[in-house]
Write a protein of this length. Sequence first.
Length: 174
Amino acid sequence: MSEEPSPLSGGCLCGRVRYEARPMDRDGYYCHCRMCQLAFGNTRAAYLNLRKDEMRWLAPPAFYASSKIARRGFCSRCGTPLSFEFLDSDRMDLAVGSLDDPALIRPTEHFSIETRLDAWHAEDGLPGERLDSNQRIGGLWRQAYGESVVPGLQAVRDAATIDTPMTPTTKDPG
Ligand SMILES: [Zn+2]
Ligand SMILES: [Zn+2]
């Protein structure tokens, strides 16, 4: 028990982004939310959750704000999705597939099961949690988007529509 496991390493497809991680455990989970489906271009995302101070970027990724409260790391050259984090958290997620040895991580639960795609899911006996029943995450969304927000993709798209400057409808002739 006293022996510290060797660090995990990983990075993107093309090799530009690299990281090293020393998580407390090797438990992963699936996220089935619509935003992760889109961010990964896949039916679900597989994550390793760890403290931010348990990993370091050796060659950092680019980031984009996927909502007002979170950012996602990706490789700006090859596009590999690498990470997810709430800005206001000391924890983050790494994409399991980005590890040099993804087999070291085993799935232990499902998250956002209300948008899980039944046809792409084989019952594995693992516990699941609904996104809309997670009070902590709901609170983060309400703080950023207002009390009536339904956390998720539509809220981000609605807010983006409002924030985007109007395109001028008139053009200078000639
Ligand atoms: Zn890359
Ligand atoms: Zn998700």
